[in-house]
Design a protein around this ligand. Structure first.
Ligand SMILES: C[S@@+](CC[C@H](N)C(=O)[O-])C[C@H]1O[C@@H](n2cnc3c(N)ncnc32)[C@H](O)[C@@H]1O
Length: 324
């Protein structure tokens, strides 16, 4: 599991406090953006990637499920009134959003997954174990269960599965026993409250390395925001709305989501698919994408923005001809 000091975030701050979108140069080089292209930025955040696309003359539809993205979006709408629109929407409704915008096909879809630095760093949002805040973690605060709801209400079995599958926490059962004992006395309400119980359950982890609660917090965030579900829903929709030659670019920050992207791109680009018994034996009738490429941040980017360390970009181009 790739964890950058427990900070699973998609953008950082430069020395001057300016926003640094992750793997921007790689996205732009792989995407060959030109004027008039139609792009969907499904994870607008503070608009670092959108801005770069707009500066190259693209038309951009920005989506973000978090209302906190609105301020940056309004600024871009004021600067590029003809070519930029933002909507507070979940990218799992990608195709509907594009249709409602009056587009049928697009030339590029960008997903820069995970949480943004402002989300992560705001204690009131409850994403970080470093500062006390409500145990919330919802990107879209208009509804849905909070992290506290999950921690206090899921069965011990469900919590163990969640911590193991989404966090890669090998000592999930030990952690859950400690959580269960504590919640019988009083429900969890704050980030630091949960972090302290997890740290106490995993005393050997305290020396060096990542914080003992990193994996538990990551797993809860993924579950609260149904991140895997949204990604699995969005990828086929992206392929459906892409013009021939259009670009699908996805930046992920942990191995679970990268695996989903890798597998999806492989299933839509490989000439042959595996059967349970033998590899590469069945012709692939859904070859919508050219073989994908993977990009990692260079040393220089990691030095400038340590949070880019765990980022992986996968880019695939839509086939010129539809083979299905
Ligand atoms: C890593 S940040 C994106 C940063 C952005 N590329 C930039 O340059 O500012 C991820 C953003 O995607 C949003 N997000 C995550 N999952 C989403 C989803 N399923 N639908 C819409 N927005 C989502 C988060 O709220 C967050 O603002």
């Amino acid at each position: 599991m790739a964890l950058a000091h427990g900070l699973i975030v998609g953008a950082g701050e430069g020395a001057g406090g300016e926003h640094i979108p992750v793997l921007l140069a790689e996205v732009l080089a792989a995407a060959r953006v030109w004027g008039g292209q139609r792009w969907v930025d499904g994870t607008f955040g503070r608009g670092g990637h959108s801005r770069a696309l707009l500066e190259r003359g693209a038309l951009v539809l920005g989506l973000d499920q978090d209302s906190a993205a609105a301020e940056a979006a309004r600024a871009l709408e004021a600067r590029w009134p003809e070519t930029f629109r933002w909507k507070q929407r979940n990218f799992r409704e990608l195709k509907t959003c594009v249709t409602e915008h009056g587009w049928d096909r697009v030339d590029g879809v960008l997903l820069d997954l995970g949480v943004s630095s402002p989300q992560f760093e705001s204690p009131a949002r409850g994403f970080s174990f470093r500062a006390e805040g409500p145990l919330d973690m919802r990107m879209d605060t208009r509804g849905g269960q909070t992290a506290a709801d999950l921690v206090n209400e899921l069965s011990e079995e469900e919590l163990s599965k969640l911590f193991y599958e989404h966090g890669g926490e090998r000592e999930a059962r030990r952690v859950v026993r400690a959580i269960a004992a504590r919640r019988r006395r009083a429900p969890f309400r704050t980030t630091t409250d949960l972090a302290a119980v997890v740290a106490e359950a995993l005393p050997r982890r305290r020396a060096g390395g990542i914080h003992p609660a990193t994996k538990v917090f990551q797993a809860l965030r993924i579950a609260v925001n149904r991140e895997e579900e949204a990604l699995l829903a969005a990828l086929p929709q992206a392929v459906e709305i892409m013009n021939p030659g259009a670009v699908l670019a996805v930046i992920s920050f942990h191995s679970g989501e990268d695996r989903v992207v890798k597998q999806f791109m492989r299933e839509h680009s490989a000439e042959w698919l595996d059967t349970p018994a033998r590899p590469n034996t069945v012709p692939n009738l859904h070859r919508h994408l050219l073989p994908p490429k993977r990009y990692l941040p260079g040393e220089e980017e990691i030095e400038r923005n340590p949070r880019a360390r765990s980022a992986r970009l996968r880019v695939a181009i839509r086939n010129e001809e539809d083979l299905s």
